[in-house]
Design a protein around this ligand. Structure first.
Ligand SMILES: *Cc1c(COP(=O)(O)O)cnc(C)c1O
Length: 298
């Protein structure tokens, strides 16, 4: 299968650059002035998030390399679900490592991965434990298995591949912005979890030199919720929950909780921007099974 065709007919690209008129109105000041807000609808990708862009490209590579099976690890589950789906489509065996602590939060993703035919291996602990275990398993079967990395962490060429395969989002956004208002966006807002956007200092993770969040002794620091353009901002749980509900009520779109962190930053950003400034938020995913978490919080 050719990547361009797969992205179009299986993933459903290109995704819309959507003018969120009600959200735009919400941020107008008393003089009726404010920025124009657009959502890059990556939540509309097959599987419900931008993760599919990278996963389908790497799975096609695995197939071209003659690999029979794919190994990966997932935390919240979007990467795992996307990988399981594509492996089913390409007739690749699929094994996914999941930390027990993550899966208690998202049991329905576990069921989805199994329904899609993946073998799910539970590992005591969090995503870091699951990731280490998955790499160990892969090292035992280097000749036959393909390790399908979900984020820009690890040895070359993983970060390059993940960046390259997700750059479709930026390229499309640029083209669509040209078509819609004849220019580039003034501000891009996105949320970061494990870090498809490079962040941190040079250090060592899983034996490879890379950029990461670490303390003075080179120990990995736990990630925090951050939404960023070039700068990084943290957002509280409550702010993210409020943003999640706001998008549903104003635009009829239920975002993922991750995405809600980027949306929450609009509260701080919008009052600082001049009238007509073009803001693009990467609506990175949707996940209806976040709803119970949100309703419990409010
Ligand atoms: C994974 C994910 C993110 C975070 O991506 P990173 O690669 O961790 O920066 C954001 N939004 C959604 C919906 C995701 O699934």
């Amino acid at each position: 299968m050719e990547l361009a065709t797969a992205l179009k007919d299986y993933v459903g690209r290109e995704t819309p650059l959507y003018h969120a008129q009600n959200l735009t109105n919400h941020y107008k000041n008393i003089n009726g002035e404010g920025p124009e807000i657009y959502l890059k609808r990556e939540d509309l990708n097959h599987g419900g998030s931008y993760k599919m862009n990278n996963v389908i490209a790497q799975a096609i590579l695995a197939k071209l390399m003659g690999r029979k099976s794919v190994i990966t690890a997932t935390s919240a589950g979007h990467h795992g679900v996307a990988t399981a789906a594509v492996c089913a489509k390409l007739s690749l065996e699929c094994t996914i490592f999941v930390g027990t602590r993550d899966m208690q939060r998202k049991p329905s993703n576990l069921q989805l991965m199994k329904l899609l035919g993946a073998k799910v291996k539970l590992v005591d602990g969090n995503f870091q434990a699951a990731a280490s275990e998955s790499i160990r398993a892969w090292l035992e079967n280097l000749e036959t298995d393909y390790y399908l990395a979900g984020t820009a962490v690890g040895p070359h060429p993983i970060p390059t591949m993940v960046r390259e395969f997700n750059s479709v989002i930026g390229k499309e956004t640029r083209k669509q912005a040209m078509e819609k208002w004849g220019g580039k966006p003034d501000v891009l807002v996105a949320c970061v979890g494990s870090g498809c956007n490079a962040l941190g200092e040079i250090g060592v993770y899983h034996g490879a030199m890379c950029y990461l969040l670490q303390d003075e002794d080179g120990q990995i620091i736990r990630t925090q919720s951050v939404a960023s353009g070039v700068d990084c901002y943290t957002v509280t749980d409550q702010e993210a929950v409020d943003a999640y509900k706001r998008l549903g009520r104003l635009e009829g779109i239920i975002p993922a909780l991750e995405t809600s962190h980027a949306l929450a930053y609009l509260e701080k950003l919008c009052p600082t921007l001049p009238r007509g400034a073009k803001v693009v938020v990467n609506c990175s995913g949707s996940r209806y099974n976040d709803a119970p978490v949100v309703l419990n919080k409010s």
